[in-house]
Each structure stands twice: as C-alpha cells, then as structure tokens.
Design a protein around this ligand. Structure first.
Ligand SMILES: O=C(O)C(=O)C[C@]1(C(=O)O)C=C[C@@H](O)C=C1
Length: 438
C-alpha cells in the first residue's frame, strides 16, 4: 500500500514516514526543499517527490503534514487529486479548519479522517500515545476508518473520536494554556537574566522538571507554537483567565494575605481531586527515573555494558569506567567513549545484544578426565563462567574424553576465553586433547 505524506521531510511528517516505512508501507514524501528531500529519501529509504499533486495522485493514503498556517491552502491544492477509493488524512494540531477544508475539496468517493497525534517527533513509538480522530458521521462508518482505528490500537495508541469543534475547545486548554504558561516562564527567566545552567546546580526536583518542560517546548519549531496559539479562536479567553489568576495571586502575596493564598491553593487542589495525587506520583516516576538509572549504572562500574546512542543509533559495547553528571565513560578497545546519559539507552544483558549484533563464533576443545568424573556437574559449573555446551563424550581406557564447544562474538573474546578455560581445566584435573576452531 502506498502512503503519500505531503510535507514529509521534517517534523512529525518525517517521523510518520520513518514509522510507516518500518511497518512495511511504501512511502512517498514531498517537501519544498529538494536537497533536504533527497537526504530524507536516502536516510529513510522512501521516495521523494517535489510535487504535492503528483504524490496525492499516487497515494492509497494521503496524509497532509504541513504548517498550520498553510494547511488550508495545501488541502485546496491536493485534495481534489486524491483518487476515489483512497483515504485523505491530516495531522494538524487544530481540527475545525482542516476538517472542513478536506470535506469541501476531496472528491465524493474519498474517505476523510482528520487526525491529531498528541505527540512530537521524538516519540519512540505509538505505544501509550494519544491520537484524536475527528471524522464526520459518514466517514466514521467507512471501511477505511476501521482500518485506521484498528492499526492505531494495535500499535498501542490511545484513540479518541471527537467532533472537530470539541477537539479545538479541549486543545485551547491542553495545548493553548500549557504552551502559553510555559513560554511565559521561559520569557520571564530570560527577562530576569537568570543563568539557567548555574541555577540548575541548586535545582529542586520541581525546578528541574519545569526547566526540562520549558527546554522541551522552546526547543521545538516556534512557528508551530505560534500557530497553535493564533489559529484557535478560543485561546483569547484562556489567556485572559490565566492573566487574571496571575494578578490575583500577585495581589494576595503583595498584601500578605496568607489565608487568602491558602484558600486559593486549597480550592485548586479540591478542584483537582484525586488527580493531584496522581500528578505527584507521575512526576515522582519522571523525576526519579534518571536517579534510578544512574544508581544502576554506578553498580555496574567495571562491568561490560552495551549503550545505544539515541542520536546516531550506534551501539557501543565496553567496560563502564565512570559515571559523572549527565555523562558515562566507556572503555572500548583501549579507547574511551564519553556518552550523554540523557541521550542513551543502556543494556545490561550484553550477551543478548551481542547475539543480535554479531555472529556467534565458537571453538571446540576436548578434555580428558578420569572415568569416574561426572561431566554434567562440570558442565553446570563451567556454564556459570562460559557460554558453552558439551558436544561429545566417549570413554577411552580408564579416561573419559569430553568435547566442549565454547562460544564468543570476536576472536579476541574467544582467545581470552580459551586461556581462562585451559587454566580452569588444568586445575580441576583435566588434560587437553585437541582443539578445533570454527
Ligand atoms: O513533544 C511533545 O511531547 C509534544 O507534546 C508536542 C506537541 C505539544 O507540545 O503539545 C506539539 C504539537 C502537537 O500538536 C502535539 C504535541
């Protein structure tokens, strides 16, 4: 099945291209920047077209993923070219404008399912992510709708179906108020000329979490955040309420109205109900996840671990030398590699990783023991130190010959294992017969 992503060379469009390609779909992406398009084509193994209309004609599914301010114009340009029987979707953060436009410009036989994935392009998968769909009654009954819904559910997404105007009303709070308050905090810290890095030294868990949220938002495309504020007519009222509350709290503090302040906070907590507790638990998980990760890392200093760099996707295997601040240092083939813990994934089951990454090599080694030795017990003991198995046993006069197969992932590793194995064998009364390397 062919999926055309209009605006698929950047942001969420690019994320979708990579994700859908990984799920076996044939993906076409479009974009204005030809150089970037060619790069994405190579990077993701998808096809790039510098022509929205052509891509729209080719797709069994056409997904519009362009900036909010041009969504309506792009829908007008491409929707009439989507083939009958095909599916037209968008992933815009607002829903009333694109839903109307797609219904208006798509041909009669085209199914329209407007959507809003509630996450940014750093999401690792669809697992637990919220996706909102705003189809009309007619399209909700279509075969395409079932397919999309089942696909999202199978991927672990939490799917909600809303009317476009209900979506925009909710988003005025979920995104509008949140972004507005967080961007205001960022701008306040700038106005106060706070040295962020320096201030973080003295951070409470709450301060660190808030700084992370601010960093997360202000590091993204500011045009997206401008449009989320400016294309939702319900935001005006939200801003006004927020400003009023800020002033109210300011006045309470200024007039040292302690009881007034407590009353306001208590009322807000009452309004939250059980959600206040949930918030405390959730943030505990988020705040202390890194602490736990660092504790676990420190326990493994001196041991072999595998670390995936989330930016390059390279996996480094080496001995953990040091853990300091946000960084870990690995010793790998005599060299040191320093990696940012915040951008890595650590695996302690190194053998599993090696099995996935490298070809398992082995060598066979035959050992003579006294006839009355129980080789099963020796195998059990040696298995605690080596990846091995017994592949042959036979009796020879008053001796027993046992052939072990030792596994490893590189010549160096096997050489080291061989040395250790021979030393142990000598000390448990065995003598070597011959060896055979794969
Ligand atoms: O990156 C994230 O985690 C986001 O939540 C991104 C975010 C948001 O900030 O609300 C940005 C735009 C989309 O409409 C949905 C989600």
């Amino acid at each position: 099945m062919k999926i055309s992503i209009i605006g698929g060379t950047d942001g969420l469009g690019k994320w979708l291209a990579k994700f859908l390609k990984s799920r076996g779909f044939e993906v076409i992406v479009t974009g204005r920047d030809i150089k970037k398009g060619k790069e994405v084509e190579k990077e993701l193994g998808v096809r790039f077209l510098n022509n929205n209309v052509e891509a729209a004609k080719l797709g069994d599914i056409v997904i519009i993923s362009v900036p909010i301010n041009v969504t309506e114009r792009v829908i007008k340009e491409v929707a009439p070219h989507v083939r009958e029987g095909s599916l037209l979707m968008d992933v815009t953060s607002i829903k009333e404008i694109p839903s109307k436009a797609m219904e208006k410009y798509a041909k009669e036989g085209v199914t329209v399912i407007p959507s809003h994935p509630m996450f940014g392009p750093t999401a690792p998968s669809l697992e637990r992510q919220v996706v909102i769909l705003t189809p009309s009654e007619k399209h909700k009954k279509s075969e395409w709708f079932n397919k999309v819904y089942n696909f999202l559910k199978k991927e672990g997404a939490r799917v909600y179906i809303l009317k476009p105007e209900v979506h925009d009303k909710i988003m005025a709070v979920v995104q509008g108020l949140t972004h507005y308050s967080i961007i205001s905090l960022a701008s306040t810290l700038k106005e106060l000329n706070v040295d962020i890095k320096e201030s973080r030294k003295f951070a409470s868990p709450v301060y660190e979490l808030i700084l992370s949220l601010i960093g997360r938002i202000i590091g993204q495309n500011p045009y997206l955040y401008a449009d989320i504020q400016m294309f939702n007519p319900r935001i005006e009222k939200i801003h006004k309420t927020f400003i009023n509350e800020c002033i109210k709290i300011h006045e309470l503090v200024k007039s040292k109205d302690r009881e007034g302040f407590v009353k306001l906070m208590k009322e807000a907590a009452k309004h939250f109900g059980n959600e206040a507790k949930r918030g405390a638990y959730y943030s505990d998980k988020a705040i202390f996840a890194l602490t736990r990760e660092i504790e676990e890392l420190k326990k493994n200093i001196g041991k072999e671990i595998a670390v995936k760099n989330l930016d390059s996707e390279n996996i480094h295997i080496g001995t953990l030398k040091e853990v300091e601040d946000d960084y870990l240092t690995l010793k790998k083939n005599g060299k040191e590699v320093k990696l940012n813990i915040l951008r890595t994934e650590v695996y302690y089951n190194v053998d599993e990783i090696k099995k996935k990454l490298f070809e398992r090599k082995y060598f066979d080694i035959s050992v003579l023991f006294n006839k009355d030795v129980n080789e099963k017990i020796i195998e059990e003991l040696l298995k605690k130190l080596f990846d091995l198995e017994i592949i042959d046993i036979y009796e020879l006069n008053d001796k027993k010959s046992v052939t072990f197969r030792l596994y490893g992932y590189s010549k160096e590793e096997l050489r080291e294992k061989e040395r250790k194995f021979k030393e142990i064998i000598k000390n448990i009364g065995g003598s070597l017969r011959y060896e055979d390397r794969s």
